[in-house]
Design a protein around this ligand. Structure first.
Ligand SMILES: Cc1cc2nc3c(=O)[nH]c(=O)nc-3n(C[C@H](O)[C@H](O)[C@H](O)COP(=O)(O)OP(=O)(O)OC[C@H]3O[C@@H](n4cnc5c(N)ncnc54)[C@H](O)[C@@H]3O)c2cc1C
Length: 407
């Protein structure tokens, strides 16, 4: 008789764990709180589904236990993810190392996972929001909304983090983990914009410009990021801001004063910028004309604000639009090779419910694939062994890269 495995959460990590566990001959039931599985997955990458990145490395997960990640990725990495998706009919398209389905539709990832899940005989129960878990003598007793109850021998908790709650990840996974004795690193939104209450920068709402953005916490610069800055009426956004947001959110949650200092001319140091500005009568060839509404007209003031535009950060701008949660079940309480809980026998954890968040670029979904796979192998009691990528797959990726460069 195959082991009865329950998976809480039919998101990216839960569906990956389910398919891998079915391939390992387990009897798998996914309990999904929403009306359908994979809602968030189908919305990723602006609907195009940036599902991994060939440049996967530990520094794409700043602040996360590197030994833990190294161990996990050494079993299942970006090539394994690409090979897995090929095995269910999703071929890769590359853009600068960012990997998308060839159809450039995130929904293709969900559809392919669900098709394989159904083909292998997995059971999916939707509208089944788990409200309580109990460890019993033989496994787990699971209670869900509507008086539903289930019994499993093993359990994978893959209920996501606390972001984009309309996709179902409302933080209830943390409450369930806590109820079983797990320590939760305080969850805060990450990969989000930053809000200001009032700033003259709001006069330049709508502008997108290359910039360096530094984060000052309690008056000390802690992090700096480069990229396209987006200015809105309520705050700042864009890739550099998103990458800073995990630190800003954490500092604000701790009651610290947070400031973003924007360098609108990051390619020039102060002396170079001054030399150029001194020779110009009109700055419209230097900065976007609409930015002028937020900048002083005199040369000294213009230079000063171009190089160091301070913005007092009051919070995360629209936390519901954050892409990921920073925080979750402490990695000290999980085994990096099997995702087994160190607190509760036969419990495994996968995806964002764990304290792992990555940068933009496919790294958060890669974590869902890696941790989902390892949890399935862990629950099946089998080691997940990394294989060198198939040369034919590497060739296809090289061809996709060439096609990308031609575009
Ligand atoms: C708009 C947006 C775009 C993104 N784009 C990208 C991208 O391009 N690339 C990338 O790498 N990452 C991206 N991400 C992040 C990525 O989607 C997540 O990191 C990933 O989906 C996490 O997978 P998960 O399975 O842990 O959680 P989720 O995908 O959130 O799945 C959790 C599931 O658990 C269910 N659930 C929750 N609580 C319960 C409960 N109590 N009982 C039963 N079920 C429950 C939820 O309904 C949900 O279906 C994006 C995120 C957002 C919001």
């Amino acid at each position: 008789m195959s082991t009865r495995l329950g998976i809480i959460g039919g998101g990216a990590a839960g569906l990956m764990a389910a398919v891998q566990a079915l391939r390992l001959n387990m009897d798998v039931t996914v309990l999904e709180g929403g009306s359908r599985a994979g809602k968030k997955l189908s919305a990723t990458g602006n609907g195009r589904g940036n599902f991994t990145n060939l440049a996967l490395s530990l520094d794409k997960y700043p602040g996360i236990d590197t030994a833990f990640l190294q161990a996990a990725f050494s079993c299942f990495d970006q090539y394994d993810a690409v090979a897995f998706f090929e095995s269910i009919g999703v071929y890769a398209r590359l853009r600068n190392g960012y990997v998308y389905p060839r159809s450039e539709q995130a929904s293709a990832l969900t559809a392919a996972l669900l098709a394989e899940f159904g083909r292998l005989g997995g059971k999916l129960v939707t509208d089944c929001k788990v409200t309580a878990l109990q460890r019993t003598r033989d496994g787990f007793s699971v209670t869900a909304a509507g008086q539903q109850s289930f019994v499993f021998e093993k359990l994978i908790l893959a209920a996501g983090g606390k972001t984009a709650s309309k996709t179902g990840s409302d933080g209830s996974g943390f409450a369930l983990a806590r109820s079983l004795g797990h320590e939760i690193v305080r969850p805060v939104p990450a990969l989000a914009g930053l809000a200001f209450r009032s700033s003259t920068l709001a006069n330049a709402a709508g502008v997108r410009t290359e910039a360096a953005v530094s984060l000052n916490v309690g008056g000390v610069e802690t992090h700096r990021e480069y990229g396209e800055l987006q200015i809105t009426e309520q705050g700042i956004s864009g890739i550099p801001v998103m990458h800073l947001s995990r630190y800003a959110a954490r500092a604000l949650a701790e009651g610290k004063k947070v400031e973003a200092v924007i360098d609108l001319l990051p390619e020039w140091d102060d002396a170079e910028a001054w030399k150029i500005i001194k020779e110009c009568d009109d700055y419209s060839g230097i900065v976007n004309a609409r930015l002028m509404k937020a900048l002083p007209r005199n040369r000294d003031g213009f230079l000063k604000m171009c190089k160091r535009y301070p913005v007092a950060v009051t919070g995360i701008r629209d936390p519901e639009t954050a892409q990921v949660t920073c925080g979750g079940v402490s990695l000290k309480e999980a085994d990096p090779l099997t995702m087994a809980s160190k607190k509760v026998k036969d419990l495994y954890l996968a995806g964002e419910v764990l304290d792992v968040d990555g940068r933009c670029g496919g790294y958060n979904l890669q974590w869902a694939w890696t941790s989902g796979t390892l949890a399935a192998y862990g629950a099946a009691g089998k080691p997940c062994v990394h294989h060198e990528p198939d040369p034919a797959l590497v060739r296809r990726l090289e061809q996709a890269e060439v096609a990308d460069r031609r575009r």
